[in-house]
Design a protein around this ligand. Sequence first.
Ligand code: SAH
Length: 530
Amino acid sequence: MLRPLGPSGRALRPAAAGTVYLVGAGPGDPGLLTVRGAQLLRRADAVVYDLLANKALLQLVPPGAERVFVGKSGEHGHTMEQDQINDLLVSLARRRRTVVRLKGGDPFVFGRGGEEMLHLRDAGIPCQVVSGVTSALSAPACAGIPVTDRTAAKSLTIVTGNEDPGDCAGCVDWAGLAATPGTLVCLMCVKRLGVLTAALIRGGRPARTPAALVRDATTPRQQVVTGTLEDLATRARLAAVRPPAVFVVGEVVRLREKLAWFEARPLFGRTVLVASPRGRAEPLRAALAELGADVLDVGVFRLAPPPDPEAGRRAVASLGSTDWLVLTSTAAVESLWTTLDGVGLDLRALRAVRVAAAGPATAAVVARHGVRPDLVSALRSAASLSEAFAAHELRARRILLWGGPETSGAPLDSSQEGPAEALRRLGAAVQTVTAYGLADEPTPAAVLERIDAGEVEALVLISGSTTRGLRRVLGAERFAALAAKAFVASIGPMTSAAARRLGVNVGVEAAEHTMRGVVDALAGSMPPRG
Ligand code: SAH
């Protein structure tokens, strides 16, 4: 095995217990983290991160891991000096097995990743680099600017704008760059933009060369200012562009006129609040983010253990003498399988029973567990369930109604009949199991601040219970203010009815009562800004 050599050329002592991984966090959009980066974050014992690394990525890190913010960024000054960061990495690696040094963009592109690695090498600490998506490439890409083009740009230069153009040894040769054809991408450029554009013109680049400044690229806050070398600095000042931004120069900038795709998405930059049971909104969040929205995901309650777990266990043990098993929510389906597993049973316990699912979303999760439901109601409501059962003889049939506190205990919708009563009316003998509990989840202060600042432009409601839950966790007054200001999209008639009873003015209701449906409805009818 090769052992790292110290500065003197002698072999260092055996490697310390830990390895430091210099991981590129990507330019801002958490989706641009690499798969390997995500794997390492998931098993990290310690994470050292920058200002530019998206905080959302820290959700991947195990709860027990150490997190150290070192606040470093090109133009904002340093919270921690580079020497201190280097020493911190060494000391963490001596105590921890997997130390992730998460750096904005790519660790080796103007990230001082090389310096950190040299320091670790000298301390005898193993270090690996996990490349990231650099802002130098993805900022132009998200602005609709291909950095190379078969006719317009056959080379690309990436340069720092963080020093005054001058004649020092090792300085960026701006006159040379001005004379180099192809695309120029400049990072850390905002403060000196006027000086840099002037230096390029002085060096011989035509003043009319197209140029762009791309700020907060890849995020819902992305801002692009275009112009020429002559006027870009003035335009950027008027638009109050602040760091971080990338400055792009070259004929390829013209392509943005046709290729600007990022801002063309229907919900680009719009702040959308989603109220959901905690941890269940990911598909919805992802679908909204895909359309460009800045999503505030408020988990209004989290699943809690059932009030009487023994009742569930007894009920699954007697499935053999049950005619119908009715599952009323996706969480109910999951809890059924947890309960079966807990008593040593599996799919085969459902052999003799017919399975009904309330609503297509519930049915989809049932199917994912390998069971084709015998009956699916159109909606997740008591009325819809009894309608679906109309074709079946239920007299004296034994039904096990398996659902959350709102379905098996209280009715789905407090003003209407619950599913148990509805099915009893059809003659069935209904036994209910409350398969899980719900506990209110406090809203994070950062989200409350944005709500209070009036930033939320749209509210997505996916059930009556989450709508009522949102009102509970926000308080009646804040909820009313939010609902009055935001455009409200509802997933279906039940949810709309529940929302209206709370005084909410529903702006649009999904034609198809699914997450996809409500996203399409919002995208299709969101009023323009202002
Ligand atoms: N290693 C990073 C660069 C770090 S230097 C990378 O590969 O992207 C910091 C500079 O990166 C900022 O001053 C800015 O020029 C650029 N930058 C980083 N994130 C950016 C973003 N989301 N939008 C525009 N520029 C960004």
